[in-house]
Write a protein that binds this ligand. Structure first.
Ligand code: XIL
Length: 357
């Protein structure tokens, strides 16, 4: 099952896509010369998300092996794939991805154990009493995190906990049944018991765009840590529009860095069609895209080395991006449909090299 129903931004995005409409594509790839492989340019892991289907595409495999040192299953390690209608768990695809990572010496990252946007029927239909619901919740986290124990470097334990506008936390099946704060704290403890070595992350988006959301996210981290939850890392998704003001991303990453925990630039992409300026020139958007990819590397690079967990691209080639579902004309990645580096790849590689020194 790969349902658009889980893609909760598609409604908002649809409206934005209408506003941004299709911008003319570049006629020919820019001649940008040699771009060093990202993983060799970088002083920290560089990852990409992937789907099992990619493993059967030699071009994708070749590009990923050349460029990346870390893999995150895009959706097949989430409830949307693992939880079956009868409540059973299916692991064939995440196992295959984990096996591929292992066979190729790549780091594996898991997303996501608890996400408001995914509430399988098997959980919805369950008795609402906190004791039995809590048992099933714990059992899911234990089974999944336990299965990949020793294989994943880290997990997004709770994904997107902060409300869209930054006013408090999200309401979800999990918060309703187990408590707004308690379900999060509980998830971290259960994940810790299931995999003592994985770095456990709280992951969210728009932290570089909505100051109030960044603020609420920081307060939540403080509160979880104060309550003894084993939060070990902070994820900044960084799904950004190409015309995002310079410096906002660096500011958000620096703010997260102040906790002293590892920071993951966890789902990096830079959308041309999500740009807010309705009549922005294509060339300006592409320049903005390159600048923001570079800024992501610089922002992570500005943290102490032990806090630079990884920089993960949410799609290697334009055609791989989830944002295509929102606007087919978008080109949010650093490699084009054919896997050729775009100016954004050159800018990212140069920034990574600069950070490495
Ligand atoms: C998206 C994937 O790209 C889709 O394939 C999947 O169906 C739904 O999730 N924020 C997140 C990611 O935390 O997990 C989302 O990934 C993109 C937005």
């Amino acid at each position: 099952m790969r349902s658009g129903a889980f893609n909760r931004r598609s409604v908002v995005a649809g409206a934005l896509a209408l506003a941004a409409c299709d911008r003319p594509a570049r006629s020919a790839p820019a001649d940008i010369g040699f771009v060093p492989p990202l993983k060799t340019a970088a002083p920290f892991p560089v990852g990409t998300c992937l789907q099992v289907a990619h493993l059967d595409q030699p071009d994708w495999v070749n590009l990923a092996l050349t460029q990346c040192s870390q893999l995150t299953p895009e959706w097949e390690m989430k409830m949307e794939y693992i939880v079956q209608p009868d409540g059973g768990l299916l692991f064939d695809r995440p196992d295959r991805i984990a096996g591929f990572a292992r066979a190729n010496g790549m780091r594996l990252y898991g997303t996501t154990l608890v996400w408001y946007a995914q509430k399988p029927k098997a959980f919805e239909q369950m008795a609402a009493d906190p004791a039995s619901f809590g048992k099933a919740y714990d059992s899911y986290i234990t089974s999944v995190a336990g299965r990949y124990r020793g294989q994943v470097a880290g997990w997004d334990v709770v994904n997107e906990a902060v409300a869209e506008d930054g006013n408090g936390w999200r309401d979800s099946l999990w918060s309703q049944r187990l408590g707004a704060f308690d379900h999060m704290k509980r998830a971290f403890h259960v994940a810790r018991a299931a995999d003592p070595d994985a770095v456990l992350f709280l992951n969210d988006y728009n932290l570089e765009i909505i100051p109030k959301k960044l603020d609420t996210f920081q307060r939540l981290v403080e509160r979880l840590l104060a309550a003894g939850a084993p939060v070990g890392g902070l994820g900044c998704q960084t799904h950004m529009p190409a015309d995002l003001a310079a410096g906002s991303l660096a500011k958000a990453v620096a703010a997260l860095g102040r906790f002293g925990l590892p920071v993951h630039v966890s789902e990096l992409d830079v959308s041309l069609s999500r740009a807010r300026q309705r009549f922005a020139r294509r060339a300006d958007l592409e320049a903005g895209q390159a600048r923001l990819y570079a800024e992501a590397a610089q922002a992570l690079g500005a943290l102490p080395a032990r806090q630079r967990f990884a920089l993960t691209l949410w799609g290697l080639r334009d055609r791989d991006s989830w944002l295509k579902g929102e606007n087919a004309a978008d080109m949010p990645a650093v490699f084009d449909d054919q896997g050729r580096p775009k100016p954004a790849a050159a800018a990212l590689a140069a920034a990574l090299q600069e950070v490495r020194g």
